[in-house]
Design a binder for this molecule. Sequence first.
Ligand SMILES: [Zn+2]
Length: 321
Amino acid sequence: MKIIDTHCDVLYKLQKEKRRKKTLLNFRRAHELAANLERLKQGKVFVQFFAIFVDPTIPQSEKWPAACEQIDLFYHEIMALNPEMKHIRSWSELTKLKAGEIGAILTLEGVDSIGSDLEKLHYLYEQGVLSIGLTWNKANLAADGALDRRHGGLTSFGEEIIALNNDHSVLTDLSHLSELSFWDVLSCARYPIASHSNARTICDHPRNLSDIQLHALFSKKGLINLTFYPPFISTDYAEKTTKIEDLLRHIDYICSLGGKEYLGFGSDFDGIDLFIEGLAHAGEYNSLIDNLRLYYSDKEIKGFSPNNFLNFLERGTGDVR
Ligand SMILES: [Zn+2]
């Protein structure tokens, strides 16, 4: 089974360790990295998305340098030192991956670092950024986030970014958006994807999507890729160990809503500090697949990864206004 994982925070963790402890984690084998190269191989991950995530609470003047430092870490620590890693800079390169190679995709989680400067956005496109989430939980110049109190939506600057994403065949990420932003983005994004979110009916959390949101997403042929973060899987995660079966409840439920062809995985490894039992790093994807085999056919599982994602890329939503 080939896994496409649409979210991890390896770059942020590499940067944190570099800045705080003055050490560079070895991407190939550092045990601190849940999505290190050895674990990606072990879990049969064939495409991993790497988010550029800048802490929104640092001063604005430090955000762009922090984003650029993560891009440098991507090139120097992940790509340059590991010949099996292939930087996917355009979607057509996905199909050219050879056996044993792992595709690496740069994404941007929150556009705070570009300020109001679209030149910086163009620079990111040139660096091969292929998926952009407008915000991380809190409001910025582009959109309001999932954990804002004012529950606002998309701004005209955010709309401009989505139009550029559409022109560049870059995905627009729905995870972390406020409800209103979700609806605004869904109405104009050609490639809408919730890269790491779950079903709100199963676990009531503002980072998860409600039934009505999921129905709308599926009717636009957009994707929801499930995150492995226990607080987004079970409301009683603090009292009870979260198990793979708990994640399967989200999969079953999303399939029951008609989402079987619009479902995938976006673990959030290295951005999370709590784990599903038996699914604590990328090497343990095999346990998830073994569990899925108890209930789903090979064809269905291959749909969850990689085929749903590949089909999504091929079609886009096709009806962008
Ligand atoms: Zn996130």
